[in-house]
Ligand binder design. Structure first.
Ligand code: SF4
Length: 235
């Protein structure tokens, strides 16, 4: 889809589409979205359970889509293993997007363990800027966010304009609950990150991800104690 066509879609239809798809299935959303924007559409994922549910839907619909993986240099080994497993299972086209600075170069320039002293700066270097680069040539971005993941995600729309990256963002799982995601995962015997079985409920970079206690919110283990709930890529 070219820029003019995208702009006319946004001007006239975006709000309508958000309302229209609110009660539609993931299959219906994907069946509309991918042909509408292909080939300038991609998904981002660090292979959380939601991302795998979306990948499974795409595969069942026979839709091929690049999956952008922000390789921060700080992912758990379990996440890397899962990535390889998914690549093989779904014949995924995984686009590995890395920061301009390696972990070692970042340490040289900003000191060791920047994530402990200034996690916003670390996330900017390792996630936000690489994502900006990856999305730069796209008209649409598919993400596996849910509204009930955190208050910062409570108002996401199924189809919405993302002003930061100037593209349409599509959140087919916006209305799904955590329970819905796990029910689908078990029903369809999907692979998932083994760290979930060890007490993690949301998995990001290892320095900023902790296990969560009973009754705690699922994203409370991310940047625990820092008053931070998002790395910045979805803000
Ligand atoms: S989540 Fe932590 S380690 Fe990963 S980029 Fe952000 S601050 Fe750095």
């Amino acid at each position: 889809m070219n820029a003019t066509k995208t702009a006319s879609l946004i001007d006239s239809d975006l709000q309508y589409l958000a309302t229209h798809f609110e009660t539609r299935s993931v299959e219906e959303i994907l069946t509309w979205a991918v042909p509408q924007f292909a080939p300038r559409i991609a998904m981002t994922s660090s292979f959380g359970t939601e991302g795998i549910v979306l990948i499974d839907h795409l595969a069942k619909l026979g839709i091929k889509l690049p999956v952008i993986y922000l390789d921060t240099g700080y992912h758990f080994a379990a996440t890397e293993e899962l990535k390889d497993q998914l690549q093989e299972r779904y014949d995924l086209e995984i686009v590995i997007q890395q920061a301009e600075l390696s972990v070692a170069e970042q340490a040289q320039l900003h000191g060791e363990k920047l994530y402990e002293r200034n996690s916003d700066a670390c996330c900017r270097i390792r996630k936000v800027e690489p994502l900006k680069q990856a999305l730069g040539t796209l008209d649409a971005w598919l993400a596996a966010l849910r509204r009930d993941q955190s208050p910062s995600r409570a108002n996401i729309q199924i189809v919405e304009w993302n002003a930061k990256h100037e593209l349409v963002k599509i959140n087919p799982l916006a209305t799904w609950t955590r329970k819905d995601v796990w029910n689908y995962t078990f029903k369809h015997k999907l692979p998932y990150n083994r760290l979930y079985d060890e007490g993690y409920t949301s998995i990001g970079c290892w320095p900023c991800t902790k296990k969560v206690g009973d009754g705690e919110h699922e994203r409370s283990g991310r940047w625990a104690g820092q008053g931070k709930v998002e790395c910045g890529i979805h803000l």
